[in-house]
Design a binder for this molecule. Structure first.
Ligand SMILES: NC(=O)c1ccc[n+]([C@@H]2O[C@H](COP(=O)([O-])OP(=O)(O)OC[C@H]3O[C@@H](n4cnc5c(N)ncnc54)[C@H](OP(=O)(O)O)[C@@H]3O)[C@@H](O)[C@H]2O)c1
Length: 336
């Protein structure tokens, strides 16, 4: 059994992007396993924009992380040793494993770790992406908040990311005209040529707003919003009366103090329904939703992609990649 653990501790709260030393790699002895505990080896870590939010000096939907603590992180781990009847060696679990190589699951935490089944042709890492939190966010954001109808126009921002790419494809399944906004021409090509989006526009081109207008001749009925700021304003300007805004995320504001949402007047004038949501509100239904996503994936109705880095020490770089748009699809760090 291993005797040491490598962990990333939150040593300083970042200003903007993560700087070297904000997350510090340390090695510490692994305590002996007590009755009721299980030791799991972390295999994959999910890299999520919300990690940057958790590092800030304020409570959010989860409490802020005290300095010096192991940084919070979601991941998939395999049970290496167990003194808890709920887990046996070899079981794979997902949950808040923390940014570390080993996690000790204590008895009272065991319910917050979900066992993942072995499914042919489905990789373990898919449980962090298309069948995991980001796929589920897209699923509930679309089916419960957007409630798309055939023929409606849906615009998705951060469309080539983990959540946006699945949300747009769910829109296609429901018969929408789907337009993506993304940060490179290659991402736009992937959206239209591989994922079946009707159009995609690169917001880094100066004429992208004209292209968005050309791609949405009937206006926009649903905005699946992942970004906020200038991108959201441009989308709101093209919304139809009584359109719906699914407020999933506002990533453009996570590394700065700039407000990601300013132009409230458009919401009044266009009588928009703006609804924020958190995927964790739907946790009781995760299994059913993951089953549906799995079926769509097996039947080729949704495709997914992963950007994978290797090594715990790569996590800080990986978190920054989200804000530079250096990922396509789900960003994951393989730890073991
Ligand atoms: N409500 C919930 O429960 C929930 C759950 C999960 C995620 N979310 C939210 O969903 C959104 C996407 O998360 P994800 O995990 O799927 O990440 P992701 O989309 O895979 O990665 C983030 C992407 O955002 C884009 N981006 C970053 N900064 C930007 C900026 N300033 N302007 C425009 N685009 C920018 C980048 O793509 P480009 O190359 O296109 O710029 C980047 O690849 C985030 O806002 C996240 O907070 C919400």
């Amino acid at each position: 059994m291993p005797t040491t653990n490598r962990q990333l501790l939150l040593q300083a709260r970042p200003a903007g992007l993560l700087a070297p030393g904000d997350l510090q790699l340390t090695e510490s002895p692994l305590p002996e396993l007590q009755q009721g505990q299980a030791l799991a080896r972390v295999k994959f870590l999910s890299i999520d924009p919300t990690m940057r939010v958790w590092m800030a000096d304020r409570d959010n939907y989860l409490p802020k992380i005290p300095l010096g603590n192991v940084m919070r992180g979601f991941g998939l781990a395999e049970i290496a040793e167990s003194k808890n009847p709920d887990f046996k060696k070899g079981d794979k679990v997902i949950g808040l494993v923390g940014l570390q190589e080993y996690v000790i699951i204590t008895g009272n935490e065991s319910r917050s770790f979900q066992k993942v089944p072995a499914i042919p042709f489905i990789s373990d890492s898919a449980f962090l992406g298309v069948l995991g939190i980001t796929g589920l966010t897209a699923y509930f954001g679309m089916t419960e908040i957007a409630k798309p109808e055939k023929g409606e126009t849906l615009v998705v921002s951060a469309a080539a990311g983990a959540t946006g790419s699945i949300a747009g494809q769910i829109g296609k399944i429901h018969g929408c005209r789907v337009v993506g906004i993304a940060g490179t021409d290659d991402k736009c090509k992937w959206l239209t040529e591989d994922l079946g989006f009707d159009a995609a526009t690169n917001y880094k081109h100066p004429d992208w707003k004209e292209k968005l207008a050309a791609a949405t001749p009937q206006g926009i009925d649903i905005d699946f919003e992942n970004v906020g700021g200038e991108i959201m304003h441009a989308v709101l300007d093209r919304m139809n009366l009584h359109g719906r805004v699914v407020l999933c995320g506002l990533i453009s504001g996570y590394t700065s103090e700039n407000p990601a949402l300013e132009n409230f007047a458009t919401i009044i004038v266009k009588r928009l329904r703006v609804q924020g949501f958190l995927v964790i509100d739907f946790s009781a239904r995760f299994m059913d939703a993951a089953t549906q996503l799995g079926k769509w994936k097996m039947f080729g109705k949704i495709k997914d992609r992963e950007t994978m880095l290797e090594g715990l020490e790569k996590v800080p770089e990986a978190i920054n990649m989200l804000f530079a748009g250096a990922n396509t699809g789900k960003l994951i760090v393989k730890v073991a």
